[in-house]
Design a protein around this ligand. Structure first.
Ligand SMILES: [Zn+2]
Length: 179
């Protein structure tokens, strides 16, 4: 089985990168965590993967010991006799129940969040993007104070404009004396 360890490790790393059903596990009072029947049943469905990972190697060893040994595990010689590729197609990975990363509810296989939690995730993404783009920095007390000073300057300029002679209106300034 050691020859199939890379396949197992790859599967386990992929498996633990997603939330797992808490009903799969039970923690004893001493801290030991047990895999419950539901989890064992789900993981036992992966046996075809490990069989496919180990079988070619077992038959290769058998062929070294008994040249021309039959290949009942992979049916390699049968396929080659029929002109088909000697390597069997890999079995499909069993589909495990996918869970929402926030609430743990069941979700479709191509999703990471349930419909209720997807807006929460999107809001967090927008907040993170605001931080990354500097929006948050633009709303610090110092930035707001600088903005307030600029607004005071604008108000002062506007007040100065309103103090000009009556004939010099904004329309005259914009469109000239012909008005
Ligand atoms: Zn959810």
């Amino acid at each position: 089985m050691e020859a199939g360890r890379p396949s197992v490790d790859s599967y386990v790393l992929d498996l633990i990168s997603t939330p797992l059903d808490r009903n799969w596990f039970y923690e004893k009072s001493d801290g030991e965590v047990c895999l419950m029947p539901e989890g064992r049943k789900a993981l036992s469905q992966t046996w075809r993967l490990w069989r496919a990972a180990v079988s070619p190697l077992a038959e290769m060893v058998a062929d070294m010991l008994i040249p021309g040994a039959p290949t009942p595990l992979t049916a390699r010689r049968n396929r080659e006799a029929k002109g088909r590729p000697g390597i069997a197609p890999l079995p499909a990975t069993p589909a495990l129940q996918r869970l929402c990363r926030i609430c743990g509810g069941s979700i479709a296989r191509n999703r990471q969040y349930c419909p209720s939690c997807a807006p929460i995730f999107q809001r967090e993404q927008v907040t993170a993007a605001a931080r990354a783009t500097g929006w948050e920095a633009a709303h610090t007390p110092k930035a707001q104070a600088l903005r307030g000073q600029a607004q005071k300057r604008h108000h002062a300029a506007r007040a100065q404009w309103e103090g000009l002679p009556g004939w010099l209106t904004e329309e005259v300034y914009r469109f000239g004396m012909s008005l």
